[in-house]
Every structure is written in structure tokens, then in C-alpha cells.
Design a protein around this ligand. Structure first.
Ligand code: 5GP
Length: 213
């Protein structure tokens, strides 16, 4: 008897959202580390690069004019204005990667996630929430990458985003990073064994049985 478990071939589109500073970037990084079958989508944005940004690696940095031209070309799977700047997911890379059987993670805001839910009802959507608003405020201050004005804007937007969490398939509280990463990995793994996904595998087993009889 073999203990091999067959997982289905098509990649899963995974949406991860949550307020700025909640740790979703760190969680996404952990999901991809050492796992070539999970790929982060690289978004385009009109916001200015921060000191730790690398063009083409963390984001594709575009002028507003170039971003709007891409909207006209229908080049985005979704796009939204977040904290006063445009952010969007380039469509071609995501589609090609899913076709190759790899999972793709979109780390996007709640408006973008709503667009993805409409276009891809089977997408796996996970909202990362902070243990409290005070903890989120402390984390945003601790990373020190935002001005006071931008931090206040992000805290204000956080409340609006958390109000949208119930639209997601899953909500994970990032109180302890290792636990949150493990929880998200469990959710992604479970998605692959949903009956509607595994049905094709079970059917092919029955088909091969009927042809051999
Ligand atoms: P940051 O400026 O901190 O890099 O990103 C701000 C927010 O923009 C993130 O919290 C993330 O949810 C959102 N974001 C990043 N890329 C995209 C994207 O391609 N589409 C949408 N809708 N939101 C994005």
C-alpha cells in the first residue's frame, strides 16, 4: 500500500489582507521561504519607494500616468487606491503562474480582495487581524517607516479594513508570528483537500477501476 497523497495540479489563488503593520508581509515571506511552489505576486504602485524597497522585487514603481495607462490596457487583475496611492496586481504573471500549477499569494487591500472574490469565487481569502488596535499602533510605530501623518492615516484605515474581515473565508489573529504562519499554512493545506477540488482525483480513480474491470 502506498501512503502517497495526490494533491490536485492547478495552483491556488491566495489573497492575504489585513491592516498596515499587522505582519502580513512577514507571514507571506514565511509561506514562500523554501517553498518554490508558492509565489508572491509583485504589485505595481504609484507610492514612492521606501529605503528597503527594490524596484521589480518589492513592487514595480510606476508614475500615476503609467499606472493609468496600464488600467486602460486592462493589465490589472485588480487595482485600488490605498492610503492615497494606486496599487494593482499585474494580471499576466498571476495567470501564467497559476497555470504552471504553483500557488500565488496576493497581499492586497480589502477593495482589491473584493474584486478578486468577484472574478475568482474559488480564491482562498485570509484576513490577518491584530490582537488589538493598541498592538497595531505599537507595531506601526516600531517599524518606523511611516511619517506621523501617514501612520495616523494607516491607523484610521485599519478600522475600516477590520470591519471588512467578515467577507473573507478565514480570519487569523497575528498575536504570535509562528502560530499565525502555522495557522495560515494549515488553511492553505486544507483548501487543497476540499471535496470540490479532490473530486477530479476520486473520479479518475473510479474511471480507472471501471476500465480495468
Ligand atoms: P505598503 O505601502 O505598506 O507597501 O502597502 C500598503 C497596502 O497596500 C498594503 O497593506 C497592501 O494591502 C496594499 N497593496 C499592496 N499591493 C496591492 C495591490 O496590488 N492591490 C491592492 N488592492 N492593494 C495592494
Amino acid at each position: 500500500m502506498t501512503s502517497q497523497i495526490h494533491t490536485p495540479a492547478p495552483g491556488t489563488l491566495i489573497v492575504i489582507s489585513g491592516p498596515s503593520g499587522v505582519g502580513k508581509g512577514t507571514i507571506c515571506k514565511a509561506l514562500c521561504e523554501g517553498n518554490p511552489d508558492v509565489v508572491m505576486s509583485i504589485s505595481a504602485t504609484t507610492r514612492a519607494p521606501r529605503s528597503d524597497d527594490i524596484d521589480g522585487v518589492t513592487y514595480f514603481f510606476l508614475t500615476e500616468e503609467a499606472f493609468k495607462a496600464k488600467i486602460e490596457e486592462d493589465a490589472f487583475l485588480e487595482y485600488a487606491s490605498v492610503h492615497g496611492h494606486y496599487y494593482g496586481t499585474p494580471k499576466a504573471h498571476v495567470n501564467d503562474t497559476l497555470q504552471s500549477g504553483k500557488d500565488v499569494i496576493l497581499e492586497i487591500d480589502v477593495d482589491g480582495a473584493a474584486q478578486v472574490r468577484r472574478a475568482f469565487p474559488d480564491a482562498l481569502t485570509i484576513f490577518i487581524a491584530p490582537p488589538s488596535l493598541d498592538a497595531l499602533n505599537a507595531r506601526l510605530s516600531g517599524r518606523g517607516t511611516e511619517t506621523e501623518e501617514d501612520k495616523a492615516l494607516r491607523m484610521n484605515n485599519a478600522i475600516g479594513e477590520i470591519k471588512e474581515a467578515h467577507h473573507y473565508g478565514y480570519i487569523v489573529i497575528n498575536d504570535d508570528l509562528d502560530q499565525a504562519v502555522s495557522d495560515v499554512m494549515t488553511i492553505i493545506r486544507a483548501q487543497k483537500f476540499q471535496a470540490k477540488t479532490m473530486d477530479a482525483v476520486v473520479r479518475s480513480m473510479l474511471d480507472s477501476n471501471s476500465t480495468s474491470n
